[in-house]
Design a protein around this ligand. Sequence first.
Ligand SMILES: [Zn+2]
Length: 336
Amino acid sequence: MNFSGWMNYHAHIDKGFLPPPHLYKDAPAPVRAEWTREAKMLMSKEEIKLAANKALEKMHYYGTTYVRTHVDVDPLFELRAMEALLEVKKEWESRVVVDLIAFNQEGFDRYPETEVLLCEALMMGADGIGGHTSMDQDGKKHIDKIFKLAEGKKLDWIEFHTDETGRPDDFNLPYLAQVTKEQELGEKVTAIHCCSLANVEEVDAMKTIEAIAESGMRVTTCPTAIATRALTRVKDLAHAGVRIQLGSDNLRDYFNPLGSGNMLQYGQLLAYVQRFYEPNEVNQIIDWLKEKPNNERVQHELNRLTNTLTYSDFSNKDLLAETPRPQSLNTNLISK
Ligand SMILES: [Zn+2]
């Protein structure tokens, strides 16, 4: 099989590969979030670049050619991560297409000044904006604010970490689908995680899945989240016609001390957890990992990479079972 590379639809390459003394310790999630905030405050622009480069090296080694990464924008990182990642994006442009999402990780409640910083990050050249519906008291207000910030800007992506807690009372997905439909934003909008969908009443879940399909927005699942909560209802979403994307999410930090950057491994994990075992289901996961974003700019940038990625003698089942790296990987930039 020759192909142009795997697609990683969700990552946080600005704050992974944390160096000592930031060693993983099991503690409640809010404690680990606090450690992450401390680490962010201390990280210099150069250290952020180093972290991002380490993540991209892994992803590239395993044949990934598209990475959509969230970049924290808040009073802790200020705009350092954005500055760092814009440089990293440029440095990698001949090998990997990197899309940057200016991300409100910490919420508006905790740090109201994030709003101004996000505006600046968008002007600096972010490809999209990202919110986190579980971070503020009022998830709907949070969603409204992010859409408002996106208004009138030339952004390709509007993304939300959505209902990441998995709690049935933390369920903003129906509202996100409603606003996406009303504003006719379609596949520009992505809902990431959607864990609560797995835990709400059946009738609410099915109604919501229908609304997502109607809105045209996409859903990204990050299989490593299974370590702490249920994954979203991937098969039901797919059956309803919702486009599914996969992401590596965090690598080597206080939330995931492991993480290879090998997209086939994330696909394999999803296959095990939700039993994508039948031949057509195995093929489905491989197709999701290969499917490029439906966006002219990104496709143009991907076409400029001349990748020779081959997996001779590997069937889709072999790929998902063995998660090999490509046998050859030559990437050259075609002249602009
Ligand atoms: Zn994430």
